[in-house]
Ligand binder design. Structure first.
Ligand code: ATP
Ligand code: MG
Length: 428
């Protein structure tokens, strides 16, 4: 019996893999332009890192983590997100001592034990960025503009950026208490999940997806009416910078995030084409997190995009991304080898072309007809026939698969560099 992949875990194949890679490359290009350096993070961390960073009462820590005992008994977890690891690395390597301002980005798989559906997988990919050491609203505006530029570079048009301020240690506790009291007084009207979590994590009442619960909390107190002066000013300044830049956003006063560590500016990016899930990316400010993980008191702000969801949103915005990727996977040249005596020459020629950056498919050991059929199926632009006669003459016949004709001037095997590329019809 054959063995299939574990439920919720998928293989990225062909054009789909190509689209994911293009998205990651486009995002990374933008992030590097904004001064972020790449950090290559471990996949496994100590469980306590996520428990402490993300919060014990969050969905992720309560029920979504892949946690197990290492051989020495240490509890370890497959990372469900990247921020906690980046902060751990910042603290562990004292990065703030080299430069008080640090910008890091990461890409790679994350793991959450969720119910698999369109846009929701147990292994999914993120590209994310974190900026440390800046508390000023300018940093928030820059990070939000950067997130918008990632969307533009990927090609996701029409995404909505929802922003809100979650307040800080000065104003959120009083608001939290007020919301909690409000929720407890109405517990019987809340959904089961919210009726339970109002005791521990009342803010989540605001982003419950249950329609009945949404109705029950329609007139819940909102943080925007409870922000302290400093948070209010900070948020106003962020908005005015975004307005000046022309970065589109909408204020959503009910936006809270699943992770406990967010303060002040928080945001979520939604797009069409995602099915039952909504967000392609999310982020915000987490000024207390570094200290909470044993580091110095430095602020941070960042975001993460889901690569799988960006691919869905891209497909909705510009259908045919996979077809375009498939085209880019077609070999520019297909070398058809006829006869054992032509093999070494054909291989040398293919290698020369490949080292010049050309995608070459080489195949032999069967009839020309069957080789041509395969070249056609692969969408190869040209077929170069290399048989014993061609080897003797040191030139091969080139067939243009689009025009369906043989070139009069055959390819000289001793050409190299630009001349060889031109001879096989590839733009140097
Ligand atoms: P959701 O509300 O959809 O569960 P989340 O708030 O848990 O999202 P974050 O922790 O903010 O998500 O992660 C940032 C991004 O990572 C999300 O906006 C999404 O694009 C992506 N993401 C999160 N979980 C998954 C998943 N299980 N499968 C695919 N992508 C995911
Ligand atoms: Mg989630």
């Amino acid at each position: 019996m054959s063995i299939s992949a574990v439920k919720g875990f998928r293989d990225g194949l062909g054009p789909a893999a190509c689209v994911s890679r293009q998205i990651e490359d486009a995002a990374a290009g933008v992030l590097r332009g904004y001064g972020f350096d790449e950090i290559r993070l471990p996949i496994l961390e100590r469980t306590e890192l996520f428990a402490r960073a993300i919060g014990e009462t969050t969905d992720i820590v309560e029920k979504e983590m892949y946690t197990f005992e290492d051989r020495d008994g240490t509890l370890i977890t497959l990372r469900p997100e990247g921020t906690a690891s980046v902060v751990r690395a910042l603290v562990e390597h004292h990065l703030d001592q080299k430069d008080p301002i640090t910008r890091l980005y990461y890409t790679g798989p994350m793991f959450r034990h969720e119910r698999p559906q369109k846009g929701r997988h147990r292994q999914f990919y993120q590209v994310g960025a974190e900026l440390f050491g800046r508390e000023d609203p300018l940093a928030d505006a820059e990070v939000l503009a950067c997130a918008r530029d990632v969307l533009d570079a990927v090609g996701v048009r029409g995404a909505r950026m929802l922003i809100n301020s979650l307040g800080d240690g000065a104003c959120r506790p009083a608001y939290r208490d007020a919301l909690q009291a409000w929720g407890i007084a109405r517990r019987d009207r809340l959904c089961k999940n919210c009726a339970r979590r109002v005791d521990k994590n009342p803010l989540r009442l605001l982003d419950c997806k249950d329609p009945k619960c949404r109705e029950a909390t329609a007139d819940a107190p909102l943080l925007k009416d409870h922000l302290c002066g400093e948070c209010d000013d900070h948020f106003a300044r962020v908005r005015s910078l975004l307005d000046a830049l022309g970065v589109a956003y909408e204020v959503d006063p009910r936006l809270v995030r699943g992770l406990d560590y967010y303060v002040r500016t928080t945001f979520e990016i939604t797009a069409d084409g995602l099915g039952a899930v909504a967000a392609v990316g999310a982020g915000g400010r987490y000024d207390g997190l570094v200290a909470q993980l044993g580091g110095p008191k430095i602020s941070g702000i960042g975001f993460a995009f889901g690569v799988d969801r960006l691919a869905l949103a891209l497909e909705a915005a510009q259908p045919g991304a996979e077809d375009r990727a498939a085209e880019s996977l077609a070999p520019a040249v297909f070398i058809a080898v006829l006869g054992a005596d032509a093999e070494a020459e054909a291989l040398a020629l293919a290698r020369k072309l490949r080292r010049l950056g050309t995608r070459v498919e080489l195949d032999g050991g069967r009839s020309l007809k069957s080789l041509m059929r395969r070249a056609d199926r692969l969408g190869a632009g040209r077929v170069l026939i290399v048989g014993e006669e061609e080897v003797a003459a040191r030139r091969g016949t080139l067939r243009d698969m689009i025009e369906k004709r043989d070139d009069k001037l055959a390819v000289d095997f001793d050409l190299d560099g630009e001349a060889l590329l031109l001879a096989v019809g590839v733009e140097p």
